[in-house]
Design a protein around this ligand. Structure first.
Ligand code: DNO
Ligand code: MN
Length: 410
């Protein structure tokens, strides 16, 4: 697979020169300064592409070209927004970029309750606590119906047996302080959503009001309706994708559960099969995020990779550990529920040119004060990238594929 890296643009503290030294061949990025719902112009795309190329790398994947909320909930201006999306696709293709990662998660992109959860070795990873999330939903967001929904909440088979999340959230309510509440809002909304979904920004003064407004758009939108809206969007853009050889690859929902009363439709094998069949065009494909999928106890990640490799256009390597009580955190890239060695074998066999990046990495000594985007440390991700490069070199030797480590004398 092509070794790529998520880079946040010219202001990223992790520079392209640094990435060049660790074997990165391709860059995954977005025009982070273009407001949601506006066209990505050729000039802006060209400028960033040339900057990346001046470091001897290519712009391999766009992550993300955001699908705005109105397309997801099917608002009155969705066709207008789809036209804007198509124009951005044409401009990207004209500049030689042919792979687009997006997601179809309503309101929130990926969500965690703790961004610096300690590992036994002193490093930290992202962490999702059901009790804290339920507490946020019921006591901070005060979403209508939240209490009733959490009372009915059931863990998937095999985890969280006998656990009562609502009781735990009520118990937490007795120990929480305004400072802790603030921290939770920062973790769930401000520090994560800003740089992925764009719905919330750092410094937002009333994120919860905005949150309620966004949620209200989905009144009456159930799983089937959201599926129809995704199908509508995909069918509308497919002719453009054919015309400009654009591979669309949806990122799975993370965590792969229904939260905040919102449907989530890219969580399971059945879901993925559904949207691939609903629009049976090779340009309609998947970002195989092993991390997001492995956070669902019902997902067999290796089996899914075997099944969906032919429609995968982009790979995220990451692995989650689910605790017996159902909470989860990110594991080492050599451990956890996603067998990354086997995944590398499957995808190398399918297509050695497939772009791949390591996804969230640990935050380790030397990273902790740098203020990187949550999950996107330098040292932790570099460590994972080193592990993955070792896996690729080994798997390639087994498969008889030539492996080259760029940047060194042969
Ligand atoms: C999570 C990450 C996310 C991802 C966006 C895509 O697994 O890969 O940051 O980039 O959800 O829209
Ligand atoms: Mn991912």
């Amino acid at each position: 697979m092509e070794r790529t890296w998520r880079w946040f643009g010219k202001n990223d503290k992790i520079t392209l020169a640094m990435l060049k030294q660790i074997g990165v061949e391709g860059i995954v990025t977005a025009l982070h300064d273009v407001p949601l719902g506006e066209v990505w112009t050729r000039e802006k795309i060209k400028d960033l592409r040339e900057y990346i190329e001046s470091y001897g790398m290519r712009w391999s994947v766009v992550e993300s070209l955001p699908v705005v909320e109105t397309i997801k909930y099917g608002g009155p201006d969705r066709d207008q927004q789809i036209e804007i999306y198509k124009e951005s696709l044409r401009n990207l293709s004209a500049e030689g970029i042919h792979t687009i990662c997006y997601n179809f998660m309503p309101v929130l992109d990926w969500a965690r309750t703790d961004l610096l959860h300690a590992n036994p070795n002193g490093s930290s990873n992202l962490f999702f606590s059901y009790a804290e999330f339920a507490y946020f939903d019921i006591y901070i967001l005060k979403r209508q119906g939240a209490r009733e929904e959490w009372a009915r909440f059931q863990f998937p088979a095999g985890v969280g047996e006998g656990r009562n999340v609502l009781e735990e959230a009520d118990a937490l309510a007795k120990t929480m302080t305004p400072e802790k509440d603030h921290q939770l809002v920062e973790n769930i909304v401000i520090k994560t959503q800003g740089f992925v979904s764009g719905n919330f920004k750092e410094g937002d003064e009333h994120p919860l009001e905005l949150f309620h407004q966004l949620l209200a758009n989905y009144d009456g939108i159930d799983k089937n309706q959201l599926r129809e809206n995704m199908k509508y969007f995909l069918n509308a853009i497919m002719p453009t994708c054919e015309e400009c050889d654009m591979n669309m690859c949806v990122h799975p929902d993370d965590p792969p559960i229904e939260i905040l009363g919102l449907p989530r439709i890219v969580r399971t094998q059945e879901d993925i099969q559904w949207f691939l069949d609903a629009v049976p065009n090779k340009h309609n494909g998947l970002t195989f995020c092993a991390g997001s999928l492995s956070a669902g106890a019902y997902n067999n990640v290796v089996e899914m990779a075997r099944k969906f490799a032919p429609r995968t256009h982009f790979v995220h390597l990451r692995s989650c550990h689910i605790f017996p009580n159902g909470d989860f955190t990110e594991a080492s890239h050599l451990g956890g529920r996603a067998d990354i060695i086997e995944l590398a074998r499957i995808f190398e066999q399918e297509n050695p040119a497939l772009p791949m990046r390591v996804d969230h990495g640990m935050t380790m000594l030397g990273d902790e004060t740098k203020g990187y985007n949550a999950g996107y440390s330098f040292l932790g991700r570099m460590f994972a990238m080193g592990q993955v490069q070792g896996i690729l070199a080994t798997v390639d030797r087994e498969l008889g594929i030539e492996y080259k480590q760029p940047g060194f004398y042969e």
